[in-house]
Design a protein around this ligand. Structure first.
Ligand code: AMP
Length: 255
């Protein structure tokens, strides 16, 4: 089996530990594991190939934006931090998952509304994210069309999605000694010029800026650089988890 958590086994302890009682980690394995590792690994290697930088001496931020979404800091080909945690609920806004919320939300809902753990879990995983905020859809294409027609929920969902994504990428930058490039991948990352541009607009302190025409062209499987001249690299790199799994299998067979 190829595990989506495997790539994140290189996280340093200060990145994978929660500030919880030590025994929860030692006796019960409560720590951050991370997911989407197959994709983060594949696209960071592809980005290194595309730019001619050695993967074992380069530094990347990755935004994997599909129905599930996560960010990752990749240093010298290794994952050093990622936004998903013990479960895939932690981190950025997703199609139907909330991403980060105040952990006291559980007790607040239980106390004030009498909700059960099961109800809260379903709400956070299945009724939240883009779907919950927009009250309309978890599909970014639908939301972009609705936003153009002035739908308030779709507009809000897109604003929150991009702002929180930018915050997560800025947080991931703490794990990098320098930035060789930011990579967008996944159905949204590979196709939505709007989401890329709104996210990058929140990252001026990282000196990021896009070439609007290159950004608009990078859709439907097109890959390549979309940053404005003189600014740090931003790349669109279509992911291919199936290929990475096949390559890992081949490497195992050959060993
Ligand atoms: P994935 O899980 O990687 O297949 O990604 C699914 C997400 O990608 C859904 O939210 C889709 O709405 C989104 N997506 C696919 N194509 C586009 C597009 N052309 N523009 C915006 N979002 C897209």
């Amino acid at each position: 089996a190829v595990f989506d958590t495997a790539f994140h086994q290189t996280l340093p302890e200060h990145a994978y530990r929660y500030a919880l009682p030590d025994s929860l980690y030692r006796e019960h394995g409560v720590r951050r594991y991370g997911f989407h590792g197959t994709s983060h690994r594949f696209v960071s290697q592809r980005a290194a190939e595309m730019t001619g930088l050695p993967i074992n001496a380069s530094n990347w931020l990755v935004a994997h934006l599909g129905n599930g979404c996560s960010t990752c800091a990749v240093v010298d080909g290794q994952s050093r931090d990622t936004s998903m945690g013990l479960t895939p609920l932690e981190g950025v806004v997703m199609g139907t998952r909330s991403g980060d919320v105040d952990p006291n939300l559980h007790s607040h809902l239980a106390r004030t509304l009498g909700w059960s753990l099961g109800q809260i879990e379903t709400m956070l995983n299945k009724d939240s994210g883009l779907l919950g905020l927009s009250g309309m859809s978890n599909d970014m294409r639908t939301l972009e069309q609705a936003r153009e027609q002035g739908h308030a929920g779709a507009t809000l969902a897109i604003e929150v999605f991009c702002y929180r994504l930018a915050k997560s990428l800025a947080a991931m930058s703490c794990a990098l000694p320098q930035l060789d490039g930011l990579i967008f991948t996944g159905g949204i990352g590979e196709n939505s010029a709007l989401i890329r541009s709104k996210t990058i607009a929140h990252l001026k302190l990282l000196n990021l800026a896009l070439d609007d025409q290159a950004n608009a062209r990078a859709v439907r499987g097109a890959s390549g650089p979309i940053h404005a001249q003189g600014h740090p690299r931003v790349l669109v790199v279509p992911t291919n988890e199936e290929r990475q799994i096949a390559l890992d299998t081949l490497a195992l067979l050959e060993a």
